[in-house]
Design a protein around this ligand. Structure first.
Ligand SMILES: O=C(O)c1ccccc1NCC(=O)[C@H](O)[C@H](O)COP(=O)(O)O
Length: 210
């Protein structure tokens, strides 16, 4: 069974839809430029709605310790997702400082992007393989773009990994078939409008993988 992370949830009904669809993870985005950005207070309220057994992931981009201190103190997170240009050293530092598992997102657009995955796998608890954002994009993730899945066909890493980028109810099964991913992450592909999740698409996405 493929584990699904629904990312960028911002309303209680999104959490409910993700849980009903069998989510293994839900993600809350703390990045001001994102249409999915939630405040610390919103995230705390949403996190309290998440049923047991679903991991609550806090997504941050090049956060300072002060940013993380404020989030971790208020929101009962299970995993920190680093989605910026954090170095492997910074990943290790965040993991040690907070004692929480860290998932490091890495942008992929060509074979040259693959070697760094090993360096991150050596320090992170999980790695997330996402499409590299186009030059000048406002967001480092959540752009609804896929990378060439053939780049990672048959590959594996020393820690659990998650496939992300441009997944939809229509292409998710094919993506899993081509890459062998056991875990997937989706945001734009289950939205009715930019930044607004659609319960029907969330259900369709999960159904496509069962
Ligand atoms: O989703 C965002 O708005 C976002 C903002 C800043 C950094 C990362 C962001 N999303 C990262 C995710 O985990 C997405 O789920 C992943 O990039 C896949 O997104 P999509 O292609 O839209 O499914």
């Amino acid at each position: 069974m493929v584990a699904i992370k629904f990312c960028g949830l911002s309303r209680a009904e999104d959490v409910e839809a993700a849980a009903a669809a069998g989510a293994r993870y839900v993600g809350f985005v703390f990045f001001a430029k994102s249409p999915r950005c939630v405040s610390i207070e919103q995230a705390r309220d949403l996190a309290l709605e998440v049923p047991m057994g679903i991991a609550k992931v806090g997504l941050v981009v090049n956060p300072s310790d002060a940013d993380l201190d404020a989030i971790i103190a208020a929101v009962p997170l299970d995993i920190i997702q680093l989605h910026g240009s954090e170095s492997p050293e910074r990943v290790a530092e965040v993991k040690a400082r907070y004692g929480l598992p860290v998932m490091k997102a890495v942008g992929i657009s060509s074979a040259e992007d693959l070697p760094q995955l090993d360096a991150y796998a050596a320090v992170a608890d999980q790695i997330l393989l996402d499409a590299k954002p186009p030059k000048g994009a406002d967001l480092p993730g959540g752009n609804g773009l896929a990378f060439d899945w053939r780049l990672i066909a048959g590959r594996d890493w020393t820690v659990p990994w998650m496939l992300a980028g441009g997944l939809t109810p229509q292409n998710a099964a094919e993506a899993v078939r081509m890459t062998g991913a056991q875990q997937v992450d989706v945001s734009s592909g289950v939205e009715g409008a930019r930044g607004v999740k659609d319960a029907g698409k969330i259900a369709d996405f999960a159904a496509a993988l069962t």
